[in-house]
Design a protein around this ligand. Structure first.
Ligand code: FAD
Ligand code: DLZ
Ligand code: SF4
Length: 508
């Protein structure tokens, strides 16, 4: 009797463990565009288009490779609307009683497969480099987990950028060489853009019709939608942007959306690129002398370090992790996150590019939209939902630890050793946003004061009990204490007034 082989929309890899375990002679692959996955959050239309187009092309590839396949398009009249529903329908149609799957990247779907009443084998997703049992052993007994130590283990076990057992360049981490401010101009053309073919056009029409009211522009659409295109995008990145990636990793520019970033996270997360091939390409460019060590190390650290670490934390912490709220932040997400008018140029530009591209780079996510949400005390569950909705690379295994943990400190410090908060001066140093802003970044209180300046101290003050003992924050509390009672009171009052106006829906 044939078995069903489930391939999800973020499992588009020929080497997927479920496909490896199956037999093309007798087993049938099931792929389905379903309302439940497209609707559990109102994803950016570009993300849905990327996934559906890539699913359709991957299905064609599997058929060409000899697999028998049942594909359900979103508009199919028989479509049951969910992954378990489609598996049950196909099981009945084909007389199958067993499903082979690669474990999904979200607890919700793992549980749904377990509970659906067919025998489902969920295999390890070994597209990731970290064995989760190994991570558990590594983590157990440590007082606190820090990415840096995990990363060193990953460097040793993968051998990336290692020379005779030692880190290339004599250091594990070149983070200090990754912090140049925004350059005057950019010497790269941005990510490789692909003209939509017939399949992509069909999907774009479908998405506009079914999801046109969601936040985000569907067109222009230029993402890679198959493995070949994604590989070309990777090669283009390594050649044109990677050499300067290290220097300008943290820089932000109002009119340059991509700077020297890869814009490949979405391709890795849905399986069009394998993290190993990405790191191989980066290491080869460094060995050939085409990119400096701070760029190669900085990039590989993100992929074998942060990306793997975030996933391992998600699975270790469990299904309740995305709902944590250690700081008890309760404010609703302000409409400016959905494009409502704001006078804060940094936020306006980050949200504008998010709406148009379904993309913002790491520092925009962490130090602009994330920083503001944390300072303003927004409910982290609403923040997490926003990130899930708006980015092309958002899947719970990676979005939750980045937002709930790294960005909002809602896990109480599982991921970050201190909250990622800053006043306007950090944004000013790393970007060209402030020059044209209605607020003045140099003004700390009073007329025109940058809201980040006020909110930063308000955050420190209101959470003093939680953070005063953190040695990494002691200096900031000493600065706050030196300000004197009168100045502190002014900051408190002006910050409260700003937060009240924010909650009242005024343009701030
Ligand atoms: P580059 O800057 O070129 O970096 C290279 C690669 O490193 C990325 O492609 C990505 O695969 C990996 N990487 C870098 N940092 C991280 C990280 N912190 N976690 C995981 N992978 C990382 N990344 C996602 O893939 N999906 C998300 O939903 C997501 N949400 C985020 C939310 C917040 C609040 C923050 C602060 C970060 C988030 N990130 C997320 C991490 C990071 O911002 C994106 O991976 C990166 O911006 C993707 O763009 P890029 O490919 O141009 O990355
Ligand atoms: C994100 C997504 C979307 C929008 N649509 C589908 C779909 O129709 N069919 C499918 O198999 N997968 C889809 N996905 C990806 C899943 O949501 C993803 O596999 C889970 O969230 C686990 O990471
Ligand atoms: Fe953002 Fe403040 Fe700079 Fe304006 S002045 S862009 S609000 S940091």
């Amino acid at each position: 009797m044939s078995r069903l082989v489930l391939v999800l929309g973020d499992q588009l890899s020929e080497g997927l463990s479920a496909l490896r375990a199956a037999d093309p002679e007798r087993d049938v692959v099931v792929m389905a565009e379903v309302a439940e996955e497209a609707g559990y959050v109102a994803h950016h239309p570009k993300k849905i288009a990327l996934i559906f187009a890539a699913m359709r092309k991957f299905a064609a590839r599997l058929r060409d490779a000899g697999w028998e396949l049942r594909y359900t398009a979103l508009d199919d009249t028989e479509n049951s609307g969910s992954i378990p529903g489609e598996l049950l329908r196909r099981a009945e149609e084909l007389g199958a009683s067993e499903v082979i799957a690669t474990q999904p990247g979200e607890f919700r779907l793992i549980a749904a497969l377990d509970e659906m009443g067919l025998k489902v084998t969920q295999l390890t997703d070994d597209r990731f480099l970290t064995d989760l049992d190994w991570f558990e052993d590594w983590a157990r007994g440590r007082k606190s987990l820090r990415m840096e130590y995990f990363y060193r283990e990953m460097r040793k076990s993968t051998g990336y950028l290692m020379e005779e057992g030692k880190p290339a360049g004599g250091q594990w981490n070149f983070d200090h060489d990754n912090r140049k401010p925004a350059p005057g101009e950019i010497a790269a053309s941005g990510p490789m853009r692909f003209t939509p073919d017939e399949t992509v056009e069909e999907v774009l029409d479908l998405v506009e019709r079914r999801f046109g009211n969601s936040f985000g522009e569907t067109r222009p659409f230029w993402f890679a939608t198959d493995q070949g295109e994604a590989r070309r995008a990777l090669t283009h990145f390594v050649k044109t942007a990677l050499p300067r990636f290290g220097d300008y990793q943290d820089a932000m520019m109002g009119e340059e959306r991509f700077l020297y970033h890869g814009v490949i996270s979405g391709y890795m997360n849905i399986g069009l690129l394998d993290p190993r091939e990405v790191c191989d390409a980066v290491e080869a460019a460094w060995r050939a002398g085409d990119v400096p060590i701070n760029a190669a190390e900085g990039f590989i650290r993100q992929v074998i370090g942060w990306r793997e670490y975030m996933r391992a934390i998600y699975f270790r912490e469990g299904p309740e992790y995305p709902r944590r709220n250690w700081l008890n932040h309760q404010r609703g997400l302000p409409p400016l996150y959905w494009g409502a008018e704001t006078r804060m140029r940094c936020l306006a530009k980050a949200v504008e590019q998010t709406r148009e591209e379904a993309y913002a780079h790491h520092i925009q996510r962490l130090m602009v939209t994330g920083n503001f949400a944390l300072l303003a005390g927004i409910d982290p569950a609403e923040v997490e939902e926003w990130y899930m909705r708006v980015y092309f690379d958002a899947f719970e295994w990676v979005t939750a630890p980045n937002t709930v943990g790294m960005s909002q400190f809602a896990d109480g410090g599982v991921i970050a050793s201190k909250p990622y908060v800053s006043s306007g001066s950090y944004i000013d140093r790393m970007s060209d946003y402030c020059g044209d802003c209605a607020y003045s970044v140099k003004t700390k209180t009073g007329e025109g004061a940058c809201p980040f300046n006020l909110l930063y101290w308000h955050f420190m003050d209101r959470h003093r009990e939680r953070f005063a003992k953190n040695p990494r924050m002691a200096q900031m509390y000493a600065t706050w204490d030196r300000m004197g009672a009168e100045k502190q009171e002014t900051i408190r009052n002006e910050a409260e007034d700003f937060l009240r106006r924010l909650s009242d829906g005024e343009v701030v």
